[in-house]
Structure formats: structure tokens, C-alpha cells
Design a protein around this ligand. Structure first.
Ligand SMILES: [Zn+2]
Length: 315
């Protein structure tokens, strides 16, 4: 994405663009995210314009990371959009999400596309850039565009060498090395998981229908699963009796809960077909065919603590 000639060569003879390339996860870099994700996307649009390429549509991979925190329900105020939890709160080990209006503890509810975006990590910020760049540029030049905000995506061939992203892959490699998966906070934070094939189907749907043109669209299962359950389910299927480890670590800027409100995608015909248990089983079938399953997390975890990406509760 950073090399103009490579991007031009990739676009040659193409009329439909699925822009998936990105630098992802919780890496300590800052400039590389902006180079690859923000600048790379901006450059791709320039190449399309300068070469007058006959592009009919662009689908760009965005992310749920564009949100600050998942939507909540306050007993007094109903649907609210809480801000990111302050680091001072997390340092005390208070993981709850409080109502921005009255401070009451909120209950997680599905997050609609209308929730405020901004991103609370460098990665999230660059995903906002990517989707805003593509959507607004598309309107200027009259090319239909769609930004798909993926939930946590997993599946066969997800890198087992990247210890910074993909909780299912990371937990699996820990367990297969007889090490406990490390849960941040108390492990009760929830995420919405999408099997990679369903994400691919969402891309094809966005290309075929015009109902989503010009819009950011959540793609997820619509169901939140606690991270602790993922660790336990994996240990169960792998028949490795190792309990997850919780040691008061947390990542500032990370959301507590995020479940995608998929009403918009479903209204255009989207329907996820692989549920979490089937998806995990298929992922494990694949990972068993891999010979080099080393644990990279232990080393990465130390780097993240040194660089201030991972913190620990002060007791
Ligand atoms: Zn309230």
C-alpha cells in the first residue's frame, strides 16, 4: 500500500476494488499505521484518479475499532454512548462502563453505525481515516463506496505468528504450548466474532447491492461473547486443561464491550452462516495441520508492557 507503482499495478484492469490491506493489531508503532492505512488509502485514490481507472465500486475494510466504547443502556437515560474509560479508573481495577450523563453502570447493548466514531487507538484512528477518505472521495467523484466495519474476524490461515492481534489465534497458540491464555481486565469483556467466510460474503453482498452505497456498515454476528468463555471453550476443544491467567493487566483505550448492531447489513440481505462454535472447531482443525506453533505472546507481552501499551492495576 505504501508503494505507488505496486498499487497502480494491482489496480490495472480492475473495476471493483476490495481494499482489505492494513497494518493491524496492538503494535507499538505509530507512524507505520498512518503510512500503511491512512496514507496508503489516500494514495490508492490518487492512483485511481490520475490514471482515470474505470473503477465501478470500492469496498473498504473498516473496523469496529472506530468506536470509542460499545453502546450502553443506562437505567435512567436509556441508550447512551459512553466515552472510553479513563486510565485512572482502570488503574483502580474498575472495569465497568459508566453512563456519560449520570455515572451509573451501563449494560452493554448492540452498537449502531450512528454511534460516535473517533477511535481510541492509533489503529482505530487510521481505520476512521480509511473509511472517511473512501466514503467522502467516492461522493466527490461519483464512485459508489461502502465501508464495512468488521467485528473481531477469525478463521483458518489467520497468522499464528502475530502475537498482537486475533484473540482466538493467540489463545490457541498459548494452549498448544501448554501456557495459560492471558486475560486482560477480568476476562468478562465481550466481543462480537465473525468467521472469515462470513466477512467475505459481506464484501460480495456490498459489491452486488446498491442498498449500502455511501455508508459505513457494521458486519458482525450481533452477539457478544465474554473473552473468558473463548479461552475456556478453546481449552475444552483442545482437551488442554489449563485455566486462563488474570493478573490485573489492561490496555488503555480498549473497549469493554462491543457487539455490532447488524440491522443495516441484515436489511440488505446479510446473514452470518458460521456460528462461533463451528467457526472455532474449523479454526482448530486448521491449526492442527500447522507444524510450527510457537508461542510469540510471552515475548510480545514484555515489549507491550515496556512501551506502555499494556498496564497493570496498582494495588
Ligand atoms: Zn445515566
Amino acid at each position: 500500500m505504501r508503494d505507488r507503482d505496486t498499487v497502480a499495478a494491482a489496480l490495472d484492469g480492475i473495476d471493483l476494488v476490495f481494499h482489505q490491506a492494513a497494518y493491524g493489531g496492538y503494535m507499538p508503532e505509530i507512524a507505520k499505521y498512518v503510512h500503511v492505512n491512512s496514507l496508503g488509502t489516500a494514495q490508492m485514490l490518487e492512483v485511481i484518479r490520475e490514471n482515470r481507472l474505470p473503477i465501478k465500486k470500492i469496498i473498504v475494510a473498516s473496523s469496529q475499532a472506530v468506536y470509542s466504547e460499545g453502546a450502553g443502556n443506562c437505567p435512567k437515560h436509556g441508550l447512551v454512548f459512553p466515552i472510553v474509560r479513563p486510565i485512572e479508573q482502570l488503574r483502580k481495577g474498575d472495569w465497568q462502563v459508566h453512563c456519560p450523563l449520570c455515572g451509573a453502570i451501563t449494560k452493554s447493548v448492540p452498537t449502531p453505525e450512528s454511534a460516535p466514531i473517533g477511535g481510541e487507538t492509533v489503529y482505530g484512528l487510521t481505520k476512521v481515516d480509511q473509511e472517511r477518505l473512501v466514503l467522502l472521495w467516492g461522493k466527490q467523484v461519483c464512485i459508489p463506496t461502502v465501508a464495512l466495519r468488521y467485528s473481531c474476524t477469525y478463521g483458518p490461515r489467520q497468522s499464528i505468528f502475530n502475537p498482537y492481534t486475533g484473540v482466538i489465534a493467540i489463545f490457541c497458540t498459548r494452549l498448544l504450548n501448554n501456557l495459560p491464555p492471558v486475560l486482560y481486565e477480568d476476562g468478562e469483556q465481550t466481543r462480537d466474532f465473525s468467521f472469515v467466510e462470513d466477512i467475505a460474503r459481506a464484501n460480495l453482498l456490498a459489491a452486488e447491492t446498491d442498498k449500502l452505497d455511501g455508508l459505513p456498515v457494521n458486519v458482525g454476528s450481533g452477539r457478544g461473547t465474554p473473552i473468558r468463555e473463548i479461552a475456556e471453550q478453546l481449552a475444552d476443544i483442545l482437551k488442554i486443561d489449563i485455566a486462563p491467567e488474570i493478573n490485573g493487566e489492561f490496555r488503555p483505550g480498549e473497549m469493554r464491550h462491543l457487539t455490532s448492531d447488524t440491522t443495516l447489513a441484515r436489511s440488505a440481505g446479510y446473514k452470518p452462516t458460521v456460528d462461533l462454535s463451528e467457526g472455532i472447531a474449523r479454526y482448530i482443525d486448521w491449526i492442527r495441520t500447522q507444524s510450527d506453533i510457537r508461542d510469540y505472546f510471552g515475548e510480545a507481552s514484555e515489549i507491550l508492557k515496556k512501551k506502555g501499551i499494556v498496564h497493570r492495576v496498582k494495588r
